[in-house]
Design a protein around this ligand. Structure first.
Ligand code: TRP
Ligand code: ZN
Length: 486
């Protein structure tokens, strides 16, 4: 029988209880090892079981992701009922079964998944019910038998609850954001745990498949390719498959009153757009440039990396757009620059993801600079003019930030976008176009499918350019003031 989840009163208390018991677990494990309980014959050290850590080790979000496990695949079976008409509160009902294939990366007697605001009712590991507990933001599973390094396991979590409108640490809406006709699901940086049990850090990429059941007439839109939909008893199940490794924050399962439009772009990529039926043509007309943009960015960064692309244009708003993998999300309408920005993120941010959230400028700087380059290509302002305007503007908004360490509250601040783009333009001027676009292509080729850091970017830039760029990156990425010479 599974243990009942414990509902703890506050984050702070839950954290200290969990940390306290983590420490106890480590002591028990090491005593057992010292006593030889785990020693194998012949002197080869046997497994030394310990709990996996509660986070992936990111200083900005210490509890995001989990240690001791590496998730391979999430099969998400979601059943969702949107809120009743106004004036009922914006609360939906979500019931999920997450089938998670993972590999142990250490000898573990316990591991965590991130899960927030929803209640697990059962956890099954390799076909057997397991004990588990739930603290604030963390589902703690005790697999028996314990898992050895390299061992794979299938974990099935049955869970559910009421959905609301979660917010990130800066009070921006994110995660499973309940709307009157469904939900907007956009989870950067750590909002995926509001809708499924997850190892919620970009360093743990996985493939995804979805079966999302909603009232007949509503459409559920996820990443990748639409495999089909079936309707029975007034409910429709939408099946999606996303076979490209993906960071959890880029997963979506947006539900609404959508019209699906499918076509093939000039480069051969299948496009699936989901447009809320209330949208006027002017609110999505810029999506018609997607095919041209794909061709343009392929020229800069290499082949489009995923099985499909497309946009979701919802009638509701989270006040920003997100580069949800293969299916960018737009609040209310899709502006031309933003359409280019989110598409460029598919290479810069999605195919190569930040190794730590401190490296967010590698996402936003590249996407913003891509927007500058697209605008120039499209006959608008040149990237050089944009750079010069920024450098000569008296506004301090883009400056006084350590670009490579903007802090968890500065992740989406102006400096990360504009200073990041300006750094790339300055680098391009310094090393020349040939070398600069070689760096861009190699960045994607070398780190694609995984993550990379600012240090990786500096090392690659130096390797490809054969230049010592220490002083350049120091003034641009590590010193707060506006650079004056580099
Ligand atoms: N990554 C998004 C983009 O630039 C932006 C984003 C995500 C954001 N979460 C946010 C912006 C919260 C403001 C507030 O495309
Ligand atoms: Zn962006």
């Amino acid at each position: 029988m599974p243990a009942r989840p414990s509902h703890r009163p506050s984050t702070r208390i839950a954290r200290s209880i969990a940390l306290g018991s983590l420490a106890t677990g480590l002591i028990v494990a090491s005593l057992a090892g010292a006593a030889g309980a785990n020693a194998a014959p012949g002197g080869t050290p046997g497994p030394r079981y310990a709990p996996g850590s509660e986070g992936a080790g990111d200083p900005y979000f210490p509890f995001a992701g989990n240690g001791g496990i590496d998730v391979q695949h999430y099969a998400l079976d979601l059943d969702y009922t949107p809120p009743p008409p106004a004036p009922a509160p914006l609360e939906g009902r979500l019931a999920g079964v997450a089938t998670i294939d993972l590999v142990a990366t250490a000898d573990i007697d316990r591991f965590n998944l991130d899960l927030r605001g929803l209640t697990a009712s059962s956890v099954v590991v390799n076909g057997k019910s397991m004990a588990f507990t739930q603290g604030a933001g963390e589902l703690v599973v005790t697999p028996r038998p314990r898992l050895k390094t390299g061992q794979s396991a299938t974990v099935v979590v049955t869970y559910g609850g009421t959905t609301g409108r979660p917010t990130d640490i800066e009070d921006a809406l994110y995660g499973w954001v309940t709307t009157r006709d469904g939900a907007m699901v956009v989870s950067e940086p750590d909002g995926s745990s509001t809708w499924f049990p997850v190892s919620d850090h970009p360093t743990d990429k996985a493939t995804y498949s979805y079966e999302i059941t909603v009232p007949e007439g509503r459409v559920a839109v996820a990443n990748g390719l639409l495999e089909g939909s079936e309707t029975a008893d007034g409910r429709t199940t939408w099946r999606w498959n996303a076979p490209d490794p993906m960071a959890a924050y880029l997963a979506t399962a947006t539900v609404g009153d959508f019209r699906l439009e499918q076509y093939t772009a000039a480069n051969g990529t299948p496009i699936i757009d989901a447009i809320d039926k209330s949208r006027q043509p002017a609110q999505y007309a810029n999506l018609a440039r997607t095919s041209d943009m794909l061709t343009f960015f392929e020229g800069l960064y290499g082949d489009y990396p995923f099985v499909s692309y497309g946009a979701i244009v919802d009638n509701d708003s989270v006040s920003y757009a997100l580069e949800t993998q293969t299916r960018s999300f737009f609040s209310s309408s899709a502006g031309l620059g933003t359409v280019a920005h989110e598409l460029a993120h598919q290479w810069m941010g999605n195919q190569v993801s930040p190794g730590r959230w401190a490296d967010i400028w590698l996402n936003e700087g590249w996407a913003t600079y891509s927007e500058w380059m697209w605008t120039e290509h499209n006959g608008g302002q040149t990237a050089d003019a944009r750079f010069n305007a920024l450098m000569s503007s008296s506004s301090q908004a883009a400056w006084n930030t350590v670009l490579a360490d903007p802090g968890p509250f500065g992740l989406f601040g102006t400096p990360v976008y504009n200073r990041g783009a300006a750094l790339l333009h300055a680098l391009r001027e310094k090393v020349g176009d040939g070398v600069f676009f070689d760096i861009a292509k190699q960045w994607v080729a070398r780190f694609g499918g995984g993550t990379a850091t600012t240090a990786d970017f500096i090392a690659l830039s130096e390797e490809v350019s054969h230049q010592d760029l220490t002083a350049f990156f120091d003034v641009w990425a590590y010193q707060p003031p506006k650079p004056t010479s580099w």
